[in-house]
Design a protein around this ligand. Structure first.
Ligand SMILES: [Zn+2]
Length: 466
């Protein structure tokens, strides 16, 4: 061992200890009692801006995310890349955000060499806090799973659900009833013959399968499964059956706030935004962001009642779709062609769309009929014209290009893009950094340019500071 310069070593040690004490004190002073994370999967700044402009021009209304949370709170930009790539999936991104550790695509909160990494849900439990996960996806989907438990693959669905029961999450709301019930029961998919809904009930949970049942639930612990798979797009949702992210946020906060001496931590996710962006579906996206914003408003009202108690974070895991509102040439083949600006009248066109592109695909079926296609455009996309090349792509079920995965949805999405100037670059994820906006105690740790592992470390640091 090299001989140390003793006075300098002592000085370094003293400085280090001082820094630890100061940061410990600072963390304890800012440690929030409650943490509410509102998480819109797959949204970048363009997705939020389009919803803000849509609200302004179509509804003469604001957007809580931008007008309140971003303006009043801390604002940061967060990178999303996993270990082995530049663009990520939700599993690796969620794992980084909820464990502080960078991992590989498809992995749920485990290190690249296969060791469990402590999650925010586990840290919250250790701090005596109540914990909830809420999503419009299946409850075992990548983001809520990475927030809570561990799996070598995001496809280890049954094991993820089993770990939820062991961890004893206080609130679980979303889709994905299929992996709570055995094969042979409805659309049950469990291979071990177990009824996990009965198991949760046995541990004192209220169970809800519809919006009215969710509203009536009063137990301290709540399991709500509103679809066999993922839940509907907001634009298609039947409110008599499925709650929205706003309804589920209300129920989760009401349930978690009762009898919680040490507070709670909750992840409230809309998956609608990511799925709509994968399908290049601007109308479904805007409806989803608006409903998510209503959930943000509910969370903000909760925060406002005791602003020193609750840290409220609004964020995403990665951008999906390469969404761009453009100013471009109307026709790229002719030099000097007219300029085309996306404008408020194009938002008005978007507001006339009445179904998601997935629902349009379902209506048309696998072998679309020409008359049915024309009738669908007339009825559900008023004011739009389907160009011949796009019509042909749908009728022949041909991909528009390599980066376009869903033939019907991408062609209809391109129809909307050509007439609105709102374009998509891909059916997949992009590497654009995403925003992090926060208010409340500890919010100053979520500003500037940060890696998604720094987000996770900041969150765990606040939960550990007691
Ligand atoms: Zn995605």
């Amino acid at each position: 061992m090299a001989r140390m310069n003793t006075p300098r070593a002592v000085l370094t040690l003293v400085l280090l200890m001082g820094a630890m004490v100061v940061s410990g004190v600072a963390a304890a002073a800012t440690a929030p009692r409650n943490v509410i994370i509102l998480f819109a999967d797959g949204i970048g700044t363009a997705h939020v801006e389009i919803a803000r402009l849509y609200n302004r021009h179509i509804h003469n209304a604001g957007l809580t995310i931008t007008d309140v949370i971003m303006r009043q709170g801390s604002l940061g930009l967060m990178t999303s890349h996993p270990v082995e790539a530049i663009a990520t999936d939700s599993a690796a991104a969620g794992s980084a955000m909820f464990t502080g550790i960078k991992t590989t695509i498809g992995t749920i909160s485990m290190t690249p060499d296969g060791k469990p990494a402590r999650t925010v849900a586990e840290a919250a439990r250790a701090a005596g806090k109540r914990v909830g996960i809420v999503t419009t996806a299946t409850v075992y989907d990548a983001s809520p799973a990475a927030f809570s438990v561990h799996a070598k693959s995001r496809r280890d669905t049954q094991a993820i659900v089993d770990q939820y029961l062991t961890l004893g999450l206080d609130v679980i709301l979303g889709g994905g009833r299929d992996f709570f019930l055995p094969t042979g029961t409805g659309e049950g998919n469990r291979k071990d013959g177990k009824d996990l809904i009965a198991a949760f009930r046995g541990q004192g949970y209220s169970y809800a399968a519809t919006l009215p049942e969710l509203k009536a639930a009063t137990a301290k612990k709540l399991l709500g499964l509103f679809a066999w798979g993922g839940m509907a797009f907001e634009i298609d949702r039947d409110p008599a059956v499925e709650p929205s992210i706003r309804d589920m946020t209300e129920a989760a906060l009401r349930t978690l706030a009762q009898d919680s001496p040490n507070g709670f931590v909750v992840l409230l996710e809309t998956e609608n935004t990511d799925t709509a962006a994968h399908r290049n579906d601007i109308a479904a996206l805007v409806h989803a962001v608006r409903e998510f914003d209503a959930a943000v408003k509910i969370a903000y009202d909760f925060y406002s009642r005791a602003p020193n108690e609750t840290l409220l974070i609004v964020t995403s895991d990665h951008e999906t779709g390469g969404l761009t509102v453009t100013y471009a040439q109307t026709e790229m083949t002719t030099s000097g062609s007219k300029r085309f600006y996306a404008a408020p009248e194009h938002l008005k066109l978007v507001s006339g769309i009445t179904v998601s592109l997935d629902k349009a695909r379902d209506i048309l079926g696998k072998k679309p009929d020409p008359a049915a296609l024309d009738a669908l455009v007339r009825k559900h996309f008023p004011g739009f014209t389907l160009d011949a090349d796009l019509r042909e792509a749908i009728l022949g079920q041909k991909m528009l290009e390599r980066n376009c995965t869903y033939p019907t949805q991408c062609a209809l999405g391109r129809m909307v893009a050509r007439q609105t100037g709102i374009y998509w670059g891909t059916s997949g994820h992009s590497a654009q950094p995403v925003f992090v906006a926060a208010v409340g105690p500890g919010s100053d740790r979520f500003q500037g340019y940060m890696d998604n592992t720094e987000f996770g470390k900041a969150l765990l640091g606040l939960l550990d500071a007691r």
